[in-house]
Design a protein around this ligand. Structure first.
Ligand code: MIC
Ligand code: SF4
Length: 644
């Protein structure tokens, strides 16, 4: 039987388990990446493991999220990450060099390799045929130390692409179409593999836009084959040597199939407040807008920027609209400067921002009250922009630029004839903002620079005999990590200070949560379905850990967050009967007797009691032996120390 591309790469990296779908497998990781908002914790964890040098083929530390330095905190964290990287064998991409996923695609990614990154959009690397997966910082730390990375062996979905995108219809519209069809939960436990004749009509940056935003499907990752188009891109990046052709076998068997005729797609937009709330740009056209932001790891490639510059050339941004543009990397920005496109943007009135995440993570450019903001980003969760009642629409760069000029939502197909946009034969290559680590024999000479903002992470205790705790919070469906541990310019600088950042835990849902949880001492959280979707931030597990949360009981979990809870030693469980969710209220007392014993011998079933209401209910778990051992030990760090 033929293999899918996903199965080929995974089985070539398999070190534990068997390729049986739904079971846990361990894979060898070739490359890792971190960014600064998750990186400080990841490197503290790496240091705690006591491994002197990374054992991966390539590990890179990027600075791209916390670039607004409105106090000493972020700058201190940058220096810490830079010095740790230099000492332990990690390449360091300095602030200003660009967004991790964009730079990694340009300069480091390689077909057929495995990559994990402490950022949920790591699947961008799937655009050049990598298995690239977002993970918690602790998992990345373990992989840097040469440890195995564990995932549930995924189902593989074939997205069969035919036809060719029509003028002004973009890669963004492809992924919005997929989101519209299968929703933000549709990819859970699956890898989305793109195949078919339509693939070769898409450039690498377009493919990367699609795999990047596959994160919003909840998918483990997304991947494109590595073909002549991939080869051309790598050659233009001066890296043809890493090219290998890769594709699925002709008789590969897939678990599901989706057919998309690229020729039939139209410009789309994800409406507030979810990436799968998709409408056509035509349906929205004419709606007055306040802001347009172009950039982020989804849409900040040279190709995207050239299209935007072309649309803006010789025109003026509408007087009622603020337009900001953040090219994704130094390479992109530099090439825009060299060919004059940057001047077209500036001339039109765009506010040019640093090559970084910026507005995507609420680091500036929050819209006005109730402001309607069109963004080429990947997430439009409520409050993420920094303005609580901001109305965020996710669109292609084409739709964004056309609308910025018109002042109203505009279908870019009204722009008239589209010229052909092509990638250069050679990109401008200058890696002077990437600092190489010192050789092993010199590592003792590197002093690790720790600022006062860096506090040790919370200690977790081995699993108690019985959990007897009150419900500190009950929340509904689709709670994102932006609800659990919000980001933004004010809170992000606290990423290396868990006690301090915990003050904002769940503040979007309930400002009193922090105080209540602390007062309760230990507690349980009750959630709906798809709990923890979104970011890979392990702070969404570490802050609850610090606040005494012992278990989270939901209708279902998002993959990375569930792994982060286990890594933190918090027990994630799902209701056997979802009707029980309705019976439990905040402040109810939940008792789980002999929890360790139940995890060990309960066949996945765990009996819990709501002592306040006087009824018992059953929860289900599907822990591997390794996850059980981690929970007994009180999380991954304790477990790793025990086994060292
Ligand atoms: C995001 O897009 O939410 C982030 C910020 O990149 C996160 C990482 C983080 O919270 O630091 C992610 O997607 O993993
Ligand atoms: Fe940065 Fe936004 Fe991409 Fe997250 S989604 S890595 S914040 S650009």
């Amino acid at each position: 039987m033929g293999m899918t591309l996903t199965e080929k790469i995974l089985s070539a990296h398999l070190v534990e388990g068997e390729m049986v779908k739904g079971t846990e497998i361990g894979i060898k990781i070739d490359q890792t990446l971190t960014q600064d908002a998750t990186g400080t914790m990841a490197y503290l964890e790496f240091e705690a493991m006591g491994v002197p040098r990374v054992k991966t083929e390539r590990s890179v530390a990027y600075i791209d999220h916390n670039t607004l330095q409105s106090g000493f905190e972020n700058a201190d964290d940058h220096r810490f990450i830079g010095s740790v990287a230099k000492k332990h064998g990690i390449y360091f991409s300095r602030p200003g060099n660009g967004i991790c996923h964009q730079v990694h695609l340009e300069r480091f990614g390689a077909p057929g390799k495995t990559l994990i990154g402490s950022d949920s959009h790591t699947p961008t690397g799937g655009g050049i045929g990598m298995i690239a997966i977002g993970a918690g910082g602790m998992d990345v730390a373990v992989a840097m130390g040469g440890g195995t990375y564990y995932i549930t062996c995924p189902k593989v979905v074939k997205v069969n692409l035919t036809g060719k995108l029509q003028p002004w219809v973009a890669a963004k519209d492809v992924i919005l179409e997929v989101l519209k069809r299968i929703s933000v939960k549709g990819g859970v436990g699956k890898v989305i593999e793109y195949c078919g004749e339509g693939v070769k009509t898409l450039s690498v940056p377009e493919r990367a836009t699609i795999t990047n935003m596959g994160a919003e499907l909840g998918a483990t990752t997304s991947i494109f084959p590595s073909d002549e188009v991939t080869k051309g891109f790598l050659k233009a990046q001066g890296r043809e040597d890493v090219y290998v052709p890769l594709s699925a076998d002709a008789d590969a068997v897939y678990d599901e199939e989706i057919n998309i005729n690229l020729s039939e797609l139209v410009p789309l937009a994800a409406c507030p407040h979810s990436p799968d709330n998709v409408k056509t740009a035509e349906d929205l056209s004419g709606m007055k807008i306040d802001q347009v932001c172009i950039g982020s790891c989804t849409n900040s490639s040279l190709l995207d920027m050239l299209k935007v510059a072309h649309i803006l050339k010789g025109k003026t941004v509408h007087p009622d609209v603020s337009l900001s543009i953040a090219p994704g990397s130094k390479q992109v920005l530099n090439m825009l400067a060299q060919n004059g496109a940057l001047s077209d943007m500036i001339d039109a009135g765009a506010r040019i921002l640093e090559s970084a995440c910026g507005p995507c993570i609420g680091m500036g450019q929050s819209p006005n009250s109730k402001g309607i903001s069109l963004r080429t980003f990947n997430r439009n969760f409520e409050g993420r922009s920094g303005t609580k009642d901001g109305q965020i629409y996710l669109v292609s760069p084409e739709t964004a630029a056309a609308s910025a000029l018109a002042g109203v939502f505009t279908d870019p197909r009204t722009l008239g004839e589209m010229p052909e946009f092509t990638l250069p034969e050679e990109f401008t290559i200058n890696d002077n903002m990437i600092v190489a680590p010192v050789p092993a024999e010199e590592m003792d000479s590197v002093e690790v620079l720790r600022g006062p903002n860096i506090k040790p992470f919370p200690v977790s205790e081995p699993l108690a005999e019985t959990i007897d705790a009150k419900v500190s919070l009950k929340v509904g469906d689709n709670i994102t990590t932006d609800h659990i541990m919000p980001a933004g310019a004010k809170i992000l600088p606290l990423r290396s200070n868990i006690p301090k950042i915990s003050e904002y835990c769940f503040a979007v849902c309930d400002e009193k949560f922090h105080d209540r949880a602390l007062e309760m001492g230990k507690s349980v959280i009750i959630g709906g379905s798809n709990y923890g979707q979104g970011s890979s931030r392990e702070h969404a597990a570490l802050a609850p850990l610090y606040l005494g949360v012992k278990a989270v009981i939901t209708k279902s979990f998002a993959r990375i967050h569930m792994a982060n809870l286990i890594n933190a030693g918090i027990v994630p469980m799902t209701f056997a009967d979802e009707a029980d969710y309705d019976k439990i209220d905040q402040t109810d007392e939940i008792v789980i007797e002999h929890i360790g014993e139940q995890i060990k011998n309960g066949n996945g079933k765990i009996v819990c009691e709501d002592r306040t209401k006087g009824f018992t209910f059953e929860c289900v778990t599907d822990f591997s032996q390794r996850q059980k051992d981690m929970l007994y030990a009180g999380g991954l760090l304790n477990y790793t120390k025990q086994n060292a």
